[in-house]
Ligand binder design. Structure first.
Ligand SMILES: Nc1nc2c(c(=O)[nH]1)N[C@H]1C(S)=C(S)[C@@H](COP(=O)(O)OP(=O)(O)OC[C@H]3O[C@@H](n4cnc5c(=O)[nH]c(N)nc54)[C@H](O)[C@@H]3O)O[C@H]1N2
Ligand SMILES: Nc1nc2c(c(=O)[nH]1)N[C@H]1C(S)=C(S)[C@@H](COP(=O)(O)OP(=O)(O)OC[C@H]3O[C@@H](n4cnc5c(=O)[nH]c(N)nc54)[C@H](O)[C@@H]3O)O[C@H]1N2
Ligand code: SF4
Ligand SMILES: [Mo]
Length: 739
C-alpha cells in the first residue's frame, strides 16, 4: 500500500470545506476535515465524507449515452459528439440560433471548468435563450445589487466575526452552510458572536435549525418580508437613523417617501409579527454598534424577492453598517473577472418571446422555459443543452415542464447521473468525478466570510475529457458545426484564452489595463486547460503579480499552498464596488419605487401557504443515491420528505402524525407523509425540494427513497416580477387526507 494524504476543497456547497483525502492509487481510502485549511478550519459534513461514495458510485455516468429506440446505450465520445454536431447544426440552420437554448445548473457555481466552459459555449451559441438555476435561486439579490451598486456581483455578506447583531431572514445556514455567503463552521461563529455579547435574530415561517440557536425568533407570513423591512426602515428613521448621509448615495428621499406609506401596524397585520416586536427590533438595530441584515432563499424565492433584497441593504445603509467592519461587507477574492465598460444598470435589454419576461444578468428567467418550448412560431426553442442541472425537479410546474422537455427535437445533458431530466436526453455526456477536476471558487469566493485564495488540483487524472474540455468542445461545435480534431480544439482554446486576455487588457479598472495581449498570453504559466484562465485572473487580481509587475500571487503559488492562503478579514471598499459613473449608491431607482407601489396594491395571500426547506443529507436533487447519506432511513421506513405542519393546523385538517396527505395547488398534486411540529408557523406548511417519485431513473438508492417533487405545486408565472425569479415559497395549497 502506498497511501498518500492530499488536500482538496469540497465542491458541494458554499462552506467550501478543505478536506484531507487519503488515497491509494486511484482509490479513495478516507476523507476527513482539514483542520489546517485557512478558510474552513476543519469543518466537514456528511456530504463531504460521502464524496468517496460519489467517486465510486457504479450509477455515476462514465460513458456518453445515446438514445436509440427510446433506450440509452453507451457510445464513444466521438459518436456522441458527431451526433450532437449534426443535430444542433441542423436545428440552427433551419430555425435560427434562438431555437437552441442552454440551461446551466447549480453545481456549475462550484466547478470552474464547467463554469468557464459554459461561458465559452453560451458565447459561441449566440442564442438569447440562456437559462440558469439562478432564476430559481439568488438572482433577486444580484439584481438588487445591480440596481443599487451597478454590479450584480457586489453582494455584501455579514462580517460575522466582528458583528454584534445579525438579523437573518429566510436562511438556515446551520443546514445549508450559507448561501451567497461562504461561511463554514457557522455554528461556531455564531457561538463566538453570542459569547462576546452579540445576538442573532431570525425571521422565518419555520423555527429552523438556525432559528433554534437564535436569541430571538419571529415567525413571519411567507412572502411578506418586504412589509417588515419597510416598517423597520420607517421606525429606524424615526429613531434617527440617517446612515445614508455617510455614503455617496442618491434617491433616498423618494424611497423613504414611498416607504412611509407602509406603517408598522399595516406591516404587523401582513407579516404576523406584533407592532411592538417590529419597533423593538428597530430599536435593537439602531442601538447595535455593529449590525448586519442578511436575507437568503426564503427572501429571494418569493414574490417581491428583488424589493426585499434591496430593502435588506437599505437597512444596512441607514444604520451605517454597509461596508463597515462588523456590518455587511464586500469581501474580495483572488480571481479578478474582467468587466466590460459600464455606467448604468443593465437589465431588460431584451425580452422573452411569449410572455415578455425581461432579460436578467444576460439570461432569460426559467419561468419562460416551458412556454418557449411549447409555443410554436419563429424563435421557438427546439433544442436544449443542459449543463449540470435537473430542471424537471428544480424548476416550477415540473409535470408540464417534463412534458415540454420530452417534446424537444433534441436534448443534450452534461451530467454525472441518469435522472428525471437526463433520462429525457438524446445524448448524455458524462461529467467527471469531483476528484478528477480542479477547484477554485471563482464565483462564490467573492462572498466569503474572510478573504482567502485556495486551489485544488485534480486528485486523479480523468479517464475522459474533463468538463472544461467537453464544454469547450460543445462551444466549438456551436461555432463551427463540426467536431474538432485535437489540434483544432487546442487552437480554439488558444483563441479563447487570447480573447480573455484581451478583455483584461481592455478593462480600465483592471491592473492589466493596456497591457500587450500577446505578452500576457505568453506569460501564462499552465500550458493548457481552464488553469490558464485561472492563472490569468489570479495574477490580474488584488493580490496577483500583475504579470511581472510585482511579487504577487500566481496559480503556481496557490497550488503550492494546499491549505490555502489567508488575506485577512474583509476591508471597507465601497468606492471600488460602485460601478455607476457618479459613484453613488442608488437607494431608490424608479423600478424599485414601482415595486413598493405594487407591494401595497397586492392583496394578502389567504389560506395555507407552502414553503421549502433543506436537509443536511441532501443537496438539491442529487447525492440521494449515496448510501452514507441514507443511513438507517431505509430500514426504519423514514423519509426526509415530510409535509411539516403545526399540530393545530393539522387538527383543522383532520390530520395526524404519519398520515398521508394530498397537497394540491393551482398546478398539481403530490402526496406526502405528515410530520407535526410546533416549529411551523400557523397557516404555513413545508416540503423540501429535490425529491421525486420517478421509478425510471437509473439510480438504485435514490429510487428506493422516493419523495414528493415539491415543484409540481409551483406555478411558473408566480414570480418576483422584477427579476422573473419564481416564487417557490408562499404557494397557496390545500390539504386532503388520504385514507
Ligand atoms: N421548491 C424549491 N425548488 C427549488 C429550491 C427551493 O428552495 N425550493 N431551490 C432552488 C435552488 S436554490 C437551486 S440552486 C436550484 C438547483 O437547480 P438545478 O441546478 O437545476 O438542480 P440540481 O438539483 O442542483 O441538479 C444538479 C445536477 O447537476 C448534476 N451534477 C452534479 N455535479 C456535477 C458535475 O460536477 N458535473 C456535471 N456535469 N453535473 C453535475 C447532478 O447530477 C444534477 O443532475 O433548485 C431550485 N429549486
Ligand atoms: N444540505 C444542503 N445544503 C444546501 C443545499 C441543499 O439542498 N442541502 N442547497 C444549497 C443551495 S443551492 C442554496 S441556494 C443554499 C440555500 O441556503 P438557505 O438560503 O440557507 O436555504 P434554506 O435552508 O432553504 O433556508 C431558507 C429558509 O427560508 C424560509 N422561508 C421560506 N419562505 C420564507 C419567507 O417568505 N420569508 C422568510 N423570512 N423565510 C422564508 C424557510 O422556512 C427556510 O428555513 O443552500 C445550499 N446548501
Ligand atoms: S459543508 Fe459538507 S457539503 Fe458543504 S463543503 Fe463542507 S463538507 Fe462539503
Ligand atoms: Mo441554490
Amino acid at each position: 500500500m502506498t497511501e498518500i494524504k492530499r488536500q482538496r476543497i469540497c465542491p458541494i456547497c458554499e462552506a467550501g470545506c478543505g478536506l484531507n483525502i487519503t488515497t491509494d492509487g486511484r482509490k479513495v481510502i478516507e476523507i476527513k476535515a482539514n483542520p489546517r485549511d485557512v478558510f474552513s478550519n476543519g469543518h466537514l459534513c456528511p456530504k463531504g465524507v460521502a464524496l468517496q461514495e460519489l467517486d465510486s458510485d457504479p450509477d455515476r455516468l462514465r460513458q456518453p449515452l445515446l438514445k436509440r429506440n427510446g433506450r440509452h446505450e453507451p457510445v464513444t465520445w466521438d459518436a456522441a459528439l458527431q451526433h450532437i454536431s449534426k443535430q444542433l447544426g441542423g436545428i440552427k440552420e433551419q430555425h435560427g440560433a434562438n431555437a437552441v437554448a442552454a440551461y446551466v445548473g447549480n453545481p456549475t457555481a462550484h466547478n470552474i471548468g464547467l463554469a468557464m466552459g459554459f461561458g465559452a459555449f453560451a458565447g459561441s451559441l449566440g442564442s438569447s435563450n440562456i437559462f440558469s438555476a439562478g432564476t430559481v435561486d439568488q438572482v433577486p439579490k444580484q439584481l438588487a445589487s445591480e440596481y443599487m451598486f451597478g454590479d450584480d456581483m457586489a453582494v455584501p455578506v455579514p462580517d460575522i466575526e466582528r458583528c454584534d447583531l445579525l438579523l437573518m431572514l429566510g436562511a438556515n445556514p446551520v443546514v445549508s452552510n450559507g448561501s451567497l455567503w461562504m461561511v463554514p463552521k457557522f455554528r461556531d461563529k455564531l457561538r463566538s458572536m453570542q459569547q462576546r455579547g452579540g445576538r442573532l435574530v431570525t425571521v422565518d415561517p419555520r423555527q429552523s435549525e438556525t432559528a433554534s440557536l437564535a436569541d430571538e425568533h419571529h415567525f413571519i407570513r411567507p412572502g411578506t418580508d418586504a412589509w417588515l423591512l419597510a416598517a423597520l426602515i420607517n421606525e429606524l428613521r424615526a429613531l434617527g437613523a440617517d446612515g445614508e448621509r455617510r455614503y455617496p448615495s442618491k434617491n433616498s428621499a423618494r424611497l423613504f417617501d414611498a416607504l412611509s406609506r407602509i406603517d408598522t401596524h399595516m406591516a404587523a397585520q401582513r407579516t404576523g409579527l406584533a407592532a411592538e416586536q417590529i419597533l423593538k427590533l428597530a430599536e435593537r438595530l439602531y442601538g447595535a454598534e455593529r449590525a448586519a441584515v442578511y436575507g437568503r432563499v426564503g427572501t429571494t424565492l418569493q414574490a417581491f424577492g428583488t424589493l426585499t433584497s434591496h430593502l435588506v441593504e437599505v437597512i444596512n445603509v441607514i444604520t451605517g453598517n454597509l461596508d463597515a467592519e462588523g456590518g455587511a461587507m464586500f469581501p474580495e477574492q483572488a480571481f479578478y473577472a474582467p468587466r466590460p465598460p459600464k455606467t448604468e444598470y443593465q437589465h431588460a435589454r431584451y425580452r422573452s418571446r411569449v410572455s415578455g419576461y425581461a432579460e436578467v444578468l444576460g439570461q432569460m428567467p426559467v419561468a419562460a422555459l416551458r412556454e418557449e418550448i411549447e409555443t410554436p412560431g419563429p424563435g421557438q426553442i427546439r433544442a436544449l443543452v443542459c449543463f449540470a442541472g435537473n430542471p424537471v425537479v428544480s424548476n416550477p410546474d415540473s409535470t408540464r415542464l417534463e412534458g415540454a422537455l420530452a417534446k424537444l427535437d433534441f436534448l443534450v445533458c452534461v451530467d454525472i447521473y441518469h435522472n428525471e431530466t437526463t433520462k429525457l436526453a438524446d445524448v448524455i455526456l458524462p461529467g467527471t468525478s469531483p476528484f478528477e477536476d480542479s477547484h477554485y471558487d471563482h464565483f462564490l469566493g467573492a462572498m466569503g466570510y474572510r478573504n482567502t485564495a485556495r486551489y485544488s488540483a485534480p486528485l486523479f487524472a480523468p479517464q475522459q475529457p474533463d468538463e472544461w474540455q467537453s464544454a469547450l468542445t460543445l462551444a466549438y461545435i456551436a461555432a463551427n458545426d463540426s467536431v474538432p480534431t485535437a489540434t483544432q480544439l487546442a487552437d480554439f482554446e488558444d483563441d479563447h484564452v487570447a480573447a480573455s486576455a484581451a478583455a483584461y487588457a481592455a478593462d480600465e479598472d483592471c491592473a492589466l489595463a493596456g497591457r500587450d495581449v500577446q505578452e500576457l498570453v505568453s506569460m501564462i504559466e499552465p500550458q493548457q486547460g481552464v488553469e490558464r484562465l485561472l492563472d490569468l485572473g489570479v495574477r490580474a487580481g488584488a493580490w496577483g503579480d500583475h504579470f511581472g509587475m510585482r511579487d504577487g500571487l500566481t496559480l503556481g503559488k496557490m497550488a503550492a499552498a494546499p491549505h490555502g492562503i489567508d488575506f485577512g478579514a474583509p476591508r471597507p471598499r465601497l468606492a471600488e464596488v460602485i460601478r455607476f459613473s457618479d459613484g453613488r449608491i442608488d437607494l431608490g431607482h424608479s423600478a424599485i419605487l414601482q415595486e413598493v407601489n405594487r407591494l401595497q396594491a397586492q392583496p394578502p395571500a389567504e389560506g395555507l401557504l407552502l414553503v421549502g426547506r433543506r436537509n443536511v443529507q441532501t443537496n438539491n436533487s442529487w447525492l440521494q443515491n449515496l448510501p452514507a447519506l441514507n443511513k438507517g432511513r431505509l430500514q426504519n421506513g423514514e423519509t426526509l420528505c415530510t409535509l411539516d405542519i403545526h399540530p393545530l393546523d393539522a387538527e383543522v385538517h383532520g390530520l395526524q402524525e404519519d398520515n398521508w396527505v394530498a397537497v394540491g395547488s393551482a398546478t398539481g398534486n403530490v402526496q406526502a407523509r405528515v410530520r407535526l411540529t410546533e416549529r411551523m408557523a400557523r397557516g404555513v406548511v413545508s416540503l423540501p425540494h429535490g425529491f421525486s417519485q420517478d421509478e425510471t431513473i437509473n439510480q438504485g438508492m435514490r429510487r428506493r427513497h422516493p419523495g414528493a417533487n415539491a415543484n409540481i405545486l409551483a406555478a411558473s408565472n408566480y414570480i418576483d416580477e422584477m427579476s422573473g425569479t419564481v416564487a417557490l415559497n408562499g404557494i397557496p395549497v390545500s390539504l386532503t387526507r388520504i385514507e
